[in-house]
Design a protein around this ligand. Structure first.
Ligand SMILES: Cc1cc2nc3c(=O)[nH]c(=O)nc-3n(C[C@H](O)[C@H](O)[C@H](O)COP(=O)(O)OP(=O)(O)OC[C@H]3O[C@@H](n4cnc5c(N)ncnc54)[C@H](O)[C@@H]3O)c2cc1C
Length: 603
């Protein structure tokens, strides 16, 4: 709602009102030139499907012109207003805004500098006529009165579950029922889009259950909420993995998700003549063919173990496994464990093995970003996601919107000072780690964890204790690549032999593009190209600059194929974008996509 406060003639609120009114006037009179002039020399407009039916950022006035020329007529934007009292700091005025388009309602954020826009975020959150049945629109549940032959809620649920995918085709098939798949499915249920989720594991939450037993989420609870259902106030700050698994299982039930466990997607192909997929799944030993119009791969960024082909792997006589299959430390008391890798899983597993009385060596090949969990919470996450933030009126939704409002190009400048402060605060800790021989980095341009995650999704450890074990040598550190495995040791490239009873390959995961190749075809994988990263030109994220995560939550170059996933925060926030894109297509709302990116990389 537009704020009701009377406006002072000057100050942040007046500035924002004036800008929004000029912007709206330019848009409604289709004056692209005038609209572009309202942006600064250096400026960014990030749009999440409101104007572009894409997730895209344009830069500078030329970018604004280009976006508007392509989208303005169809979008029909109007009704811009600040939704909260704007704030001013260091010469930048920030305002949360609302607006409408020809097909829906939007929210966003504008930042003004010297009267012009520095950043603008526009997001669509609701389609007119397809509002979610929530709050005052919630379903009645009970139908009062009398009606012969009425079905109970349970009978309706059971009927839907048994029909969908058998006698009635789902509009959307989601392959993968981890947090990404079910967050999307919950949104699609709200939007009345018939959806089936298939997962090869028997129970929702099994991805988490199957991980090493000491695992707890590294992100605090305030960042982790799923759509519609926040964790209760007594939920621990860091969810133990089996507890989050139970939460996901409960979520599937209460969100009424059509979830087929023990169902493996074997193959999928798109038929352009019918505009539908043919997806073969194996469910409890039976092969079934589903024909959805849209196929969402929510198969996980951490689902395809990456194990380098080290010579001698078949010669090694002890236990060896990828970190994703690590059974926990119990069988390894008094045994020699060598962990290959030095990121999150490597550290967590090293600490658990050490606690269980194993003799542990970690092999570090390249540098790792390490940050103490406490410091990360205080200096990075805490401002937006914490009790402190909630007390200051920053709800999860507001925090998500503010995070989304920072275009990727601006992130390094925002992040660098935070990471400088982190390094300064924990200088002693980092010095101890370096003295132990640990190779540290803070990202190639020293911009920290968030960007490393967005660029390559790996290369860091959020320290919850293992670093001290390394710093004081209780967990030994060896440096270098692995040359080979012998019957009973790991041999490094410099010839050092590390005796081992168990070898853990904590060597990360392959790209989501691999899922498209595996389940659909190499040709479709090549058509779609690399998934994740945004063209930063850093390790594993080659340029050119894309400015948005490749292929995630938005149209791909393969008709009807979508990717959903990421951490819990991304699964929560971007599932709305993806759900609305699917809903619009289901009900025939035109969705002309602006600037479908070129494919520059295949994997
Ligand atoms: C050790 C570790 C710690 C992590 N810690 C955090 C954290 O603290 N916070 C955070 O937000 N994120 C964390 N992540 C990252 C990420 O959130 C998780 O990997 C999360 O599980 C991703 O959810 P997802 O739904 O995208 O994929 P997944 O949970 O991997 O789910 C994908 C699903 O697809 C299914 N599947 C795959 N192929 C098929 C097929 N052919 N047919 C049917 N089903 C199939 C799998 O069975 C699986 O259930 C962590 C990851 C790891 C590995």
């Amino acid at each position: 709602m537009p704020h009701a406060h009377p406006r002072p003639a000057t100050g942040p609120a007046a500035q924002v009102d004036a800008w929004l009114s000029d912007f709206e006037h330019a848009l409604t009179t289709r004056d692209v030139e005038r609209a572009a002039e309202l942006f600064g020399d250096v400026s960014y407009w990030r749009d999440l499907i409101a104007f572009t039916w894409n997730i895209t950022t344009v830069e500078g006035r030329d970018g604004v012109r280009d976006l508007l020329r392509a989208t303005l007529e169809v979008t029909g934007p109007h009704g811009f207003a600040a939704s909260e009292e704007p704030t001013e700091a260091d010469g930048t005025t920030t305002a949360l805004i609302e607006f409408e388009t020809a097909v829906g309602r939007g929210r966003g954020v504008v930042r003004l500098r010297d009267g012009r826009a520095f950043t603008l975020l526009t997001t669509l959150y609701e389609l007119t006529g397809h509002e979610e049945p929530m709050s005052e629109r919630r379903p009645r549940g009970a139908e009062h009165g009398v009606r012969p032959g009425r079905q109970t809620w349970l009978e309706q649920r059971t009927a839907e579950f048994s029909e969908l995918g058998r006698t009635r085709q789902p509009y959307v098939l989601v392959v993968g029922g981890g947090q990404g798949g079910i967050a999307l499915a919950a949104r699609l249920r709200q939007l009345d889009v018939p959806t089936v989720v298939v997962d090869r594991n028997p129970r929702p939450g099994d991805t988490w259950r199957n991980r090493y037993k000491s695992l707890c989420l590294h992100d605090p609870v305030w960042i982790d909420h799923l759509p519609y259902l926040d964790f209760p106030a007594n939920w621990p700050v860091f969810s133990p993995k089996d507890k989050i698994a139970d939460w996901l299982e409960m979520y599937v039930r209460v969100m009424e998700i059509n979830y087929w466990g023990s169902t493996t997607c074997r193959r999928a192909g798109y038929d352009p003549t019918t505009g539908a997929w043919e997806v073969v799944v194996e469910r409890d030993g039976e092969e079934l063919t589903l024909r959805p119009q849209h196929l969402v791969l929510a198969t996980g960024m951490s689902g395809r173990p990456n194990i380098p082909d080290v010579p001698g792997r078949d010669r090694f006589r002890g236990d060896q496994h990828h970190s994703s299959e690590h059974p926990g430390p119990d069988a390894y008391r008094g045994r020699k464990a060598v962990i290959i890798g030095s990121n999150n899983s490597a550290h967590d597993i090293a600490a658990a093995l050490w606690e269980a009385g194993a003799d542990v060596t970690m092999v570090q090949r390249s540098s790792t970003l390490v940050v103490r969990s406490e410091t990360l919470m205080e200096l990075a996450h805490g401002r937006l996601y914490s009790e402190r933030a909630l007390a200051a009126g920053i709800t999860t939704h507001k925090a998500d919107t503010l995070v989304a409002s920072m275009p990727f190009r601006t992130l390094p400048d925002v992040q660098k000072p935070i990471w400088d402060a982190i390094r300064e605060r924990d200088a002693g800790f980092y010095a101890r780690l370096e003295r132990a021989g640990f190779l540290l980095d803070f990202g190639e341009d020293e911009t920290g964890l968030g960007l490393k995650y967005l660029r390559r999704g790996s290369g860091y450890y959020i320290d919850v204790g293992a670093s001290e074990l390394i710093a004081d040598g209780r967990v030994r550190l060896a440096r270098g690549g692995v040359r080979e495995l012998t019957e009973d040791s790991v041999v490094l490239t410099d010839g050092t032999a590390l005796p081992a009873d168990v070898v853990v390959h904590a060597t990360g995961y392959g790209s989501m593009t691999g899922w498209a190749a595996e389940l659909i075809s190499q040709q479709v994988a090549d058509t779609v190209g690399k998934v994740w990263g945004h063209g930063s030109g850093t390790t594993n994220d080659p340029g050119p600059w894309e400015g948005e995560q490749r292929n995630m939550w938005k149209p791909t170059r393969q008709e009807g194929l979508w990717f959903q996933g990421g951490n819990l925060a991304q699964a929560r926030y971007y599932s709305l974008c993806l759900a609305l894109q699917l809903k619009a297509r289901q009900v025939g709302i035109p969705t002309p996509v602006y600037r479908l990116p070129e494919v520059h990389h295949r994997s």
